[in-house]
Write a protein that binds this ligand. Sequence first.
Ligand SMILES: [Zn+2]
Length: 149
Amino acid sequence: MSTRWFPDQMPMPAANAETLGWWEAAAGHRLVVQRCSDCGRTRHPPGPLCPACRSGAAAWDELAGTGVVYTYTVVRQAFLPALADRLPYVVAAIELDGAGGARMVSNVVDVDPAAVSVGLRVQVVWEDMGPELALPRFRPAPLARGGAQ
Ligand SMILES: [Zn+2]
């Protein structure tokens, strides 16, 4: 099992026909984005039709798992009792590298919330919530490769 940041009592997401491929990739710790096979536009969360050209043909592009914080908030109130000992935590929209502008909502972990800022470079880390469910979280990316990109 991976590091755990959130408790088992979290409401679990449910896959459907449109999102199953995304969840299967996530279970294997692969971050993917849905790309229209006709016009190339990416979209997240996955959906049945391209919002640009209405095509139903799509494929999954594997991403590097890096990105930047597009916007974020610091949660200081336990909306679920099980989260009381996890406060404060960061909920962020992550703009994913190589995803054509697609963003996903996740958490920034392993960081003092006061150190999070818009534009912070992050990389994915996987949290195994169970044998078939892994969720992508993000942590600050190391600055080793020449600093900010
Ligand atoms: Zn399209």
